[in-house]
Design a protein around this ligand. Structure first.
Ligand code: HEC
Ligand code: HEC
Length: 221
């Protein structure tokens, strides 16, 4: 029946529209390739290979493919963390400062402690949040910027309170200034010699000897 040719509307089949949606989306625009998400690197017999299991990257409960770029170890996160450590160290040094103090020392230090708390809290908002920023990328970055700002204000207040007397102790690479962070553990806190090994550790109470309960994230007891 020839008439049907005129009654029917020809339809179109979209052929792999993934390409267009990706290209015009935030990932395509930023140069993230299909393989970045669908063929993430993984270890196989100790070798680094790209996954050829082309499926939804969301089937991996750890979201490894996404975490290579989206993680809580972004440069902003690490800087906010360092600035917060610096602000803690500034308050510690200012607390113990014996040189000539600013006439407003007490008020300045009260304000500095407030700023330390805010800086640490905004950092922890991101650290403790479980979506590594996906739930709200703009808000996450904003929280980290606030964190850095508060921590830096805390340091400035401590410098003012001590008339600049603690400058050397808070200037430079904070990781080098406060080394025991990475060399401390619950186990080591049971060792009196360890607690004498650095000024920071002398503030900690000695813990009673006990067998470890955790090895990494595995419970062993
Ligand atoms: C930013 C990461 C990302 C990029 C880049 C990306 N995809 Fe995807 N893709 C996904 C996610 C996430 C899903 C699964 C969504 C779900 O499970 O609901 C998916 C699903 C798919 C699927 C269905 C897989 C299945 O078995 O369910 C195909 C096919 C696909 N993408 C093709 C592509 C192609 C082709 C490109 C490049 C043009 C591309 N993707 C780029 C993240 C990405
Ligand atoms: C190779 C790096 C890379 C990988 C892998 C990657 N992303 Fe992204 N993602 C980006 C970049 C770059 C942006 C854009 C950031 C911007 O514009 O500020 C982005 C933006 C986003 C955004 C915000 C989108 C918006 O509209 O602002 C979300 C949500 C997101 N990615 C989720 C994912 C998920 C889920 C995966 C894993 C399936 C993934 N990404 C894998 C680099 C990556």
């Amino acid at each position: 029946m020839r008439c049907c040719q005129f009654l029917l509307t020809k339809i179109l089949k979209a052929q792999h529209p993934d390409y267009e949606t990706w290209l015009t989306g935030p990932h395509g625009t930023a140069g993230v390739s299909c393989a970045d998400c669908h063929m993430p690197y993984q270890k196989q017999n100790g070798k680094k290979v790209s996954s050829h299991w082309w499926t939804s990257p969301l089937k991996d409960p750890e979201l490894h493919a996404c975490r290579t770029c989206h993680s809580d170890k972004t440069p902003e996160h690490l800087r906010a963390q360092e600035e917060s450590v610096r602000s803690h160290e500034a308050v510690r040094l200012a607390n113990e400062y014996t040189g000539e103090k600013n006439a407003n020392y007490d008020a300045l230090m009260a304000e500095a402690r407030k700023m330390v708390r805010k800086g640490q809290f905004f950092w922890d908002m991101v650290s403790a949040e479980n979506s590594i920023g996906f739930h709200n990328p703009a808000r996450t970055l904003d929280a980290l910027m606030s964190s850095m700002d508060y921590s830096q204000r805390a340091v400035a207040l401590c410098l003012e309170a001590t008339n600049g007397g603690i400058t050397a102790g808070v200037t430079g690479d904070i990781i080098k200034l406060v080394p025991p962070i990475k060399e401390h553990s619950r186990k080591l806190q049971q060792d009196p010699e360890h607690l004498k090994s650095h000024k920071w550790l002398t503030y900690l109470p000695l813990l009673p000897k006990a067998d470890p309960v955790w090895d990494g994230n595995k419970r062993i007891k």
